[in-house]
Design a protein around this ligand. Sequence first.
Ligand code: GLN
Length: 261
Amino acid sequence: MGKKFLDNETEKSIIHSLRNAGCVFAEDETRLLISEARTSEDLKNMVEMRADGLPLEYIVGYAEFCGLRIEVDRGVFVPRKRTEFLVHQAEALSCSGDIVVDLCCGSGAVGVALAAALGRVELYSIDIDPVAVRCAGRNVTDFGGRVFEGDLYKALPHSLKGHVNILVANVPYVPTEAIKLLPQEARLHEPKEALDGGGDGLDIQRRVAAEALLWLAPGGHLLIETSEMQAPQSFEIFSGAGLTTKVARDEELDATIVIGS
Ligand code: GLN
């Protein structure tokens, strides 16, 4: 750790206060906050924010995703560990040089992780929220990606119609009534628009499905995150839109995705 301002007692008391605030990984979080803080005042503020329930990623300004450091601004959906499953499945279906579209990209994590894994792709990331677009803009630049602000496909250049090899999307899928059941961190601090998928949670999936075949290249694939409970409905939505559809699941990550081809 090697921070001059820190002694063992301080460290113990931070672990203690984070534990009391319900942080499951209090020791790991303490270590991270200590390594990010520049002064003891800084550290004190960070610990207070964390104990008040602010997501750790907003405090340090980044999330770890697929081994990458993704910048996450306040007001932007925090990339989840479970979404790494979608990236790995997409990786298996893509090749270097592919045209990749990331809809509802938020911080841009999914597209960036896929681009990082494949080496070279033509990445188009889309979000309707200008705050997310700015954040994603910083994350995609190292990978030659471009971010467009707008409503799903409307934001894409028309020349991509019929040429998208891989379409990835972690669109909001929480049913409106279930938002209040989310953990406090998400409910109080993350943008509701990034979580709320309408009455049954699947409004945006329906809109993605409706135009998917228009944009996908022959042999292209669409991968979209859903929940285990909603998977049968998601399956119906994408197969109903004419895609050969399957559901894939990773128990350990509690991750469920629909793959349409
Ligand atoms: N709460 C869900 C999650 O953490 C929300 C994801 C979403 O709506 N895209 O995975």
